[in-house]
Design a protein around this ligand. Sequence first.
Ligand SMILES: [Zn+2]
Length: 275
Amino acid sequence: MRKLGPVAWHAVASGWAEIEVPDPVDADRLRQLHAPEYVDAFLAGRTPLASAQGWPWTPQIRDGVLAINGGQLLGAKLAMEHGIAANVAQGFHHAGYARGGGYCTFNGLALVAQEFSDRRVMVLDCDEHGGNGTEEFTHRLPNLYNFSIHGNPFGMHGGERSIPRRLPSVTQNFSPYEQALDDAFDMVECWRPDLLIYQAGADPHLNDPLGSLGMTTEQMFERDRIVFQRCKGRDLPVLFVLAGGYQEPINSKLLPLHLNTFKAAHAVFAGGGSD
Ligand SMILES: [Zn+2]
């Protein structure tokens, strides 16, 4: 979570974003989405459940998670008003109904589908890891669709509204990744979501300690550009979130990758151009 503040400040300083500060998410909304006993254990710091996502619990972690999930609801609203918004956040797609996992506490992707129950919400998950928690929530929320392009399935199996697309390293050949993005947007045409939530993970990068997709910096920028152009071309509102990315030191290695997503969004939405 150390990366979140610096990403926000640099995105604003670069002229690619303006900041809106969200209210913390209301705990009752989380109790509606997740098992109430899990939510209450996390709020109170009762281990082991409170640390099920992989972090030792602290009040600061709790407050950060509540702010991040509040940001999801504000970000979704802003995206539907303006066409594009970001939540400078991570830690959603491995969280299942009864507990967190993989550094994900609550599933802020499913939270948006629950909040806007009369809208169709599609997640395009381009993190290195598969969205197993989101997949679980597609069984609970009929207006949630999950399309995940990943190197590591992380327990994702696929389902009626959950498509896993596992790829080998693309360093030498990006076309399988472009094909997977084509397939995702074919599904957009078919399922007709009202909002796309784009998990713009930086952990598929070839230097990431958890990465296997081997994406170059240029390939990741191209991935972002394609996603934003396709959304703009369809008038499909898009909310993007940072998702994974674990290179150190953060400032020199990781920040440029996440900021490239803001740069791509700004180029497409402020600079014109779409397919
Ligand atoms: Zn990841």
